[in-house]
Design a protein. Structure first.
Lengths: 286, 297
């Protein structure tokens, strides 16, 4: 090894160390930010306080974030219930039913949809979908709008990953099934889908992770009222939207409470990613 | 990858099959789903074009922001966006490239460090953007004292895109045939020569595809910039000034400015066209040089 080589190696190691330390830095600052609220307010008050008025000038600031937790979960669950079957159908169509030329164009369009930024989906929701929902029942900016826009936004992710998963089914298996005289749908349903079950699960889990972590779309179309929703037509505020709305001016325990929600989100999403990684045997990135 | 091959194969196998009873219902349902997905796409496109096309003039692209964005243009916004992007790339590219070289080329000697780095990157890639907003705000804006600034925004974005850039760079370095490394070793070439003269030039198209991917991601991010680079619509004078990115501008116009809809649509159109061009460029590059290995998702 020449001297230049040795210097280069150390430079590279230093750069890699920066990448390695970054995750500690991110989680460290998150924990540091969350400690004051955990100490002064405590986890039970986050769940049991009757409302979210963390910046109340009197001593009775309240930190009830249950409505927002419910808002996040409801929006995510709603979107996933819609995205699962639609995304799967889209992937099956693209992989097994569409003629080759159509499939190529269809996949191209899905990729373009995947590349549209969330703020543009949010804007479109605001000018196109919210007025439609409002005609059903005001105010229009509500849980339903959020679920629908989230669905549109996550659909390409779900479809692309499920499509890739279906593509991993070996052609021999399909040929074998065809030789047994099974019909096309039977093969897709009983052979292809079970053969890549873990890939399809991964697709669903990663989509769920995106839905929970998504900020802009829900911020723009959900109405942002921090109150427990009674129906899908009620406005909701999600955990992510709450951070985006309040961090810029929050002080003291209020600010710290936002870091607690951030930590909660991080743990949720990481648990999802980890389970996806376990299910797919660490192959999601290929 | 033989992905394309098996794909057509699977389709051929299944396409020749006789239709079972009720089979046509399934076919129509699937085709109907696909058609509605495409129609959503067309609807988004149409509604952006309808609302934003007429406002999309040269004056709009270059002019200053007036009346909170209702009139005037997006000149300073574009400049701020480019500055933020510049800071992001300046920080992320060298760190990422170094890390990718370590992961791809020194995994024998630095296996332990490589493993740690890889876990760290996998975690980072899954962190939601709003968490990066919290981190960027606490670390860059307050702890390092950058305040709401282009510098803080760009650095926060750099942290976000780092895992994706590293993955792309590592893939393209690994795509360089091993024979090249063996030949270089046989010629007694030093490690740094091998890297700078052979590996990097050979991997250049893949690196470029990764770069395009990173730029696209950085341009689409909104939430982290909202809380790190701020809202100011003036032309930025230095990286310590606050600057509003294009995505943040779209958000602000559509949410906080009554009557800002038309300009929000025009700005969205600018952003989407930029991203589509980048996206197509990346697809073309990765199909041509990386044998269709998809870097997205």
């Amino acid at each position: 090894m020449t001297t230049v080589d040795r210097i280069l190696l150390w430079v590279i190691r230093a750069l890699a160390a920066v990448s390695g330390v970054l995750v500690l830095l991110v989680s460290g600052f998150l924990i540091l930010g969350a400690i004051p609220a955990l100490r002064h307010v405590g986890a039970t008050r986050f769940l049991l306080d009757p409302s979210w008025h963390p910046a109340d000038p009197s001593t009775r600031a309240t930190f009830g974030m249950l409505p927002m937790i419910v808002g996040s979960l409801a929006a995510t669950l709603g979107a996933i219930v819609l995205v699962g079957p639609i995304g799967l159908a889209s992937a099956i169509y693209c992989r097994f039913y569409a003629p080759a030329a159509v499939a190529r164009w269809y996949r191209r369009i899905i990729e373009l949809l995947a590349g549209i930024p969330s703020v543009v989906y949010g804007f479109w929701g605001l000018v196109f979908l919210v007025p439609l929902v409002m005609r059903l029942r005001p105010p229009g900016q509500c849980l339903l709008s959020g679920i629908l826009i989230l669905t549109f936004m996550i659909l390409p992710t779900m479809s692309l990953i499920a499509d890739a998963a279906l593509g991993t089914v070996p052609a021999e298996i399909l040929r074998g099934a065809a030789a047994l005289g099974l019909g096309r749908w039977t093969i897709v349903r009983r052979v292809a889908m079970p053969a890549c079950r873990s890939g399809l699960c991964t697709a669903l889990i990663l989509s769920t992770g995106r839905a929970i972590g998504e900020t802009m779309v829900v911020l723009m179309v959900c109405g942002n009222v921090a109150r427990m929703p009674r129906s899908v037509m009620d406005p909701v505020r999600t955990l992510t939207a709450n951070i985006a709305l309040e961090l810029a001016y929050a002080q003291g325990d209020h600010r710290s409470a936002l870091f607690v929600t951030g930590g909660l989100l991080l743990v949720l999403v990481l648990a999802l990613v980890l389970s996806a990684e376990l299910i797919s045997g660490g192959r999601i990135h290929e | 990858m033989s992905e394309g091959g098996t794909h057509t194969d699977a389709r051929l196998v299944l396409a020749r099959l006789p239709r079972g009873r009720g089979e046509w219902v399934v076919s129509w349902l699937l085709a109907g789903t696909a058609a509605s997905v495409v129609s959503v796409f067309l609807c988004i496109l149409a509604s952006l074009l309808h609302r934003g096309m007429s406002g999309l003039t040269l004056d709009f692209l270059l002019g200053v922001v007036r009346d909170a964005g209702r009139s005037g243009g997006i000149g300073p916004i574009i400049v701020s966006t480019l500055w933020i992007l510049g800071v992001c790339l300046l920080a992320a590219l060298p760190v990422g490239l170094g890390t990718a070289i370590l992961l791809a080329e020194f995994s024998a000697s630095d296996g332990m460090l490589g493993k740690v780095v890889r876990i760290s990157l996998d975690v980072l890639a899954g962190v939601p953007s709003i968490v990066f907003a919290l981190f960027g705000n606490a670390f860059f804006c307050i702890y390092l004292g950058f305040g709401f600034s282009i510098l803080a925004g760009g650095m926060t974005l750099a942290c976000m895109v780092l895992p994706f850039w590293i993955r792309a760079a590592e893939l393209s370095l690994r795509a360089v045939p091993n024979d090249y490394r063996l030949a270089a070793a046989a010629l007694g070439m030093s490690r740094h020569r091998l890297i700078t003269r052979i590996l990097l030039p050979t991997a250049a198209p893949g690196l470029l595809a990764g770069l395009v991917l990173v730029v696209g991601r950085a341009l689409s991010e909104t939430a982290p910039l909202l809380l790190t680079s701020g809202y100011v619509t003036r032309m930025p004078g230095s990286v310590y000034d606050s600057g509003r990115s294009l995505a943040v501008h779209i958000y602000d116009l559509s949410m906080n400015v009554p009557g800002g809809e038309a300009n929000a649509a025009s700005a969205s159109l600018v952003l989407v066209v930029l991203l589509v061009v980048l996206n197509s460029g990346m697809t073309w590059l990765s199909e041509r040089f990386l044998h269709g290995r998809v870097l997205q998702v």
